[in-house]
Write a protein that binds this ligand. Structure first.
Ligand code: ADP
Ligand code: MG
Length: 257
């Protein structure tokens, strides 16, 4: 269970989050939508303690991540697989080592089990036979998928993803959507995903939150979103449905984008 209560965050006098409130129950698939620069990434980072919030609280399984000890914070962070908007892979490690990193650090799996799990997770995100490549040899979309494989590898209780399908072609976006549904059904993982991808929202989310002017302007199911009377929300959804799709070539030896 995640409880976000009255969260405020400002940078240099600019108020980005002004009293954000919402809850996420076990097994939910939440999509956070909203215009560029509205604070979606900041919100996700405050929820995992990567950015310190100014006031309010984020409780993950009853642990207040702002007030708990650093030991409890670490233990809570271990429950969360985080996929950064910019993938954030270790450039000096190859793909296999990037995905296996958390398994080595956080689990007591054997070398063989780590190998199996790593290859399984890479296959789940549609990547095979690229374990020995370095991040610099991957396209943006491939890096993102490696980041996702790394986040799910140790079967966290929660997964927080910042725009997992941006930069992917429609087929790969669909693979990622299916993957997150499967993570919920097979591994019971609760997900919070920041996205602009309305196909993802309809396919995966059971709750949609819209961030606008530092607050949650809408909270409801995808069908409630479709029937909303909120004019801004209506326009946002309609425009997002026909937004640009960035194509990704999927050959593994292409240069970084
Ligand atoms: N570390 C930071 N220092 C200063 N300003 C920041 C920082 N991180 C984000 N911001 C600002 O917060 C606002 C929201 O950013 P962000 O959460 O990245 O938006 P988005 O909704 O597109 O993910 C932006 O105006 C951004 O410039
Ligand atoms: Mg962002």
């Amino acid at each position: 269970m995640i409880k976000v209560e009255n969260v405020h965050k400002q940078f240099g006098g600019k108020q980005v989050l002004c009293g954000v409130n919402f809850e996420v129950s076990e097994g939910e698939s939440v999509a956070i939508i909203g215009g560029s620069g509205t604070g979606k990434s900041v919100l996700l980072k405050t929820m995992v303690g990567l950015i310190k919030l100014d006031s309010g609280s984020v409780k993950i399984d009853e642990v207040d991540i702002r007030k708990c000890s650093s030991l409890d914070l670490r233990a809570t962070q271990k429950k969360i697989g985080y996929v950064f908007q910019e993938a954030a892979l270790f450039d000096s490690l190859n793909v296999f080592e990037n995905v296996a990193f958390g398994l080595k650090m956080l689990t007591s799996l054997t070398t063989n089990e780590i190998r199996q799990r790593t290859l399984q997770c890479l296959s789940m995100v549609g990547l095979e036979n690229i374990e020995n490549l370095k991040p610099s040899e991957l396209s943006g979309g491939m890096k993102k998928r490696v980041g996702l494989a790394r986040a799910i590898a140790y079967k966290p209780r929660y997964i927080f993803c910042d725009e997992p399908t941006t930069g992917l072609d429609p087929i790969m976006s669909n693979v990622i959507g299916n993957l997150i549904v499967n993570l919920k059904n097979c591994w019971g993982i609760t997900s919070i995903v920041v996205t602009h991808d309305m196909k993802y929202v309809y396919k995966v989310a059971n709750k949609v939150l819209m961030l606008c002017n530092g607050n949650i302007a809408f909270s409801g199911t995808p069908s409630e979103m479709d029937n909303t009377k909120n004019e801004y929300m209506k326009q946002f959804v309609e425009r997002s449905k026909c937004g640009p799709i960035v194509k990704e070539k999927v050959e593994y030896n292409e240069q970084s984008t």
